[in-house]
Write a protein that binds this ligand. Sequence first.
Ligand code: ADP
Length: 212
Amino acid sequence: MSPIELNKRQNEILDIVKGNGPITGEQIAERLHLTRSTLRPDLAILTMAGFLDARPRVGYFYSGKKTSQSIADNIAQMRVKNFQSIPVVVEESMTVYDAICHMFLEDVGSLFVVDKTSLLSGVLSRKDFLRTSIGNQDLNKIPVHMIMTRMPNVTYCLKEDTIIDVANKLMSRQIDSLPVVKIRKDGLEVVGRITKTNITRAFLSLADDHDL
Ligand code: ADP
């Protein structure tokens, strides 16, 4: 990875921390006559890139490590369990009409379908519902198991998997979400949901600052 090029303000921050560290974000802001929130993205970049270290209740200090390796380290350590959402699950026998209502009420883009023993049997997306709705069929008479993408074709992940694994699966299969499952000997238990929104949140968390 090529080294990060710092802008003028980031170099100024670096000089202040070199000369005065450990120093809090608030103190750095004062010296630069800027607000703490203006500095937040710069501090996040300097910390993520490994120029600065940040310790809660101590402050920022210069670490001297001039690589962008720590961003890559941070990304590689992100796990599904830290970013997953609550799954929205329906039973196989639910009608397409009710499932569409459910999707609206729950405000999600996909539903996971479970069988009578509560194990994963399929996935339903908005396009599945659209496809069914443009046909001339009675949505109150079709159960969702007729239209879902079914096992074993459902792509899933485990809570210990990395966010990078998930991102790769979402991109290569061209889908928006994965069920997070626990593997049991009789099948897959749905324990979570991970979507492109969660990946975006994970991405943003890289710029989270350490609230110093
Ligand atoms: P949308 O319908 O909003 O574009 P997706 O891109 O997620 O949403 O879904 C496209 C197709 O892929 C649908 O037929 C859906 O059933 C299927 N699908 C969605 N998620 C998965 C998954 N995790 N595993 C397998 N198939 C999926």
